[in-house]
Design a protein around this ligand. Structure first.
Ligand SMILES: Nc1ncnc2c1ncn2[C@@H]1O[C@H](COP(=O)(O)OP(=O)(O)OP(=O)(O)O)[C@@H](O)[C@H]1O
Ligand SMILES: [Mg+2]
Length: 350
């Protein structure tokens, strides 16, 4: 009676903790698995599943750890990669429980930490690669000039515009990187105000007019005179500018762009729809990733691409508690939709 009370208490205590807990008896049968262990190893909730450890968790490293601990009546620990639906980084500790000759397995899931580290390494690699390219061009120019292989005149007439572009490219990259890292560090405050979306859209279209005219693009505005939302005006400008700029950039000459707003009792929905080159389906869920570009070229006739625009947009949208969707067909066009819930408490702090 007493023991079952303790068992009950143990179950309540361990059921929902964020470390995986398994108890395996001396015959290799799993006699207890808490929720986290079930989640980690995708163990189905089946009451009479007194199954063998190796059947429930098909991993020989974990099985060996169990056997070793049982045999040596000892404590052992290992770090391993577990391949379930996705790769997991686990630390498994095994304790010998002498009372019933059982082994207690404690599993710590370090996957989120490793992911963070992998993302960081990838980010550093990408950032330095992107910066090195313009720097190399500038370096070559300086070398040519210092070896007197080109004259000041040539520099001024031929290389100056090129040099300016490279510097502009670097400035854009560095300022995008800075914004992104601030957003990720959570040090950008939202200055919430009543913002008229219509006014912001008109101003952005104005700013992009030189590019729009150059490509002979048609702009259709389907927006009411005034649409007020609670938002940070500067961030809203960044969000809409990036999306409209993309529409302009990725729509071939003589195409059209529609910017519209729909409002119902729950949401304000802002969309930007173009008749551009479109995004292949396989790339659609990657375009919000840092540095991701469908076409890997960093330059096109409309300027240069850092591949950071949409990742900044996504972060800002999340900060406001809004959401963004995209649908697209290659060679037909793309539509981005921003959904702004009509509630002030949607804004996250931090
Ligand atoms: N309207 C669009 N039509 C077609 N492709 C698009 C559109 N918007 C975005 N993309 C694709 O998504 C990628 C990522 O967009 P994002 O705005 O993040 O970067 P970018 O435009 O390449 O660079 P930057 O924004 O720094 O100028 C683009 O490189 C492009 O391949
Ligand atoms: Mg962009």
């Amino acid at each position: 009676m007493k023991i079952s009370k303790i068992e009950e208490r143990w179950k309540v205590l361990t059921e929902n903790v964020q470390i995986g807990i398994l108890i395996v008896d001396k015959d290799g049968l799993v006699i207890f698995a808490n929720n986290k262990a079930k989640e980690l190893f995708d163990i189905k909730n089946n009451k009479n599943n007194n199954k063998k450890l190796i059947e429930l968790i098909p991993d020989y490293e974990i099985d060996d750890l169990y056997k070793k601990t049982l045999q040596n009546k000892s404590y052992n620990k290992t770090n391993l990669n577990f391949w379930g639906k996705e790769k997991k980084y686990l630390e498994v500790e095994a304790f010998y429980l002498s009372g019933n000759q059982e082994v207690l397995l404690i599993i710590n899931d370090y996957t989120p930490l490793y992911r963070l580290e992998e993302n960081f390494k990838e980010f550093l690699g990408n950032a330095s690669h992107e910066l090195r390219t313009p720097l190399t061009s500038i370096q070559i120019l300086i070398d040519l000039f210092s070896e007197r292989k080109i004259t000041l005149d040539e520099i001024y007439n031929e290389f100056f515009p090129y040099l300016r572009k490279e510097v502009e490219r670097m400035s854009k990259l560095v300022s995008n990187l800075l914004n992104l890292s601030r957003l990720e560090a959570g040090v950008i405050d939202l200055q919430l105000k009543e913002v008229n979306l219509t006014e912001i859209i008109m101003e952005i279209v104005d700013r992009l007019t030189p590019h729009i005219s150059k490509k002979n693009l048609e702009i259709n505005l389907k927006i009411p005179e005034k649409v007020i939302v609670s938002a940070d005006p500067q961030h809203v400008d960044t969000i809409i500018f990036n999306i409209v700029e993309n529409a302009v950039k990725y729509t071939p000459p003589s195409g059209s762009i529609e910017i519209g707003i729909n409002e119902d009792s729950d949401n304000v929905v802002l969309w930007v729809k173009d008749t551009g080159i479109g995004i292949p389906e396989k790339d659609l869920n990657r375009i919000f990733d840092r540095f991701y570009r469908v076409n890997k070229s960093r330059t096109n006739e409309d300027g240069f691409s850092t591949g950071l625009g949409l990742s900044i947009v996504k972060k800002l949208i999340e900060r406001h508690g809004w959401s963004i969707t995209v649908e697209s067909k290659v060679n037909k066009g793309t539509k981005f939709e921003i959904i702004i819930p009509k509630r002030k408490e949607g804004v996250k702090d931090g």
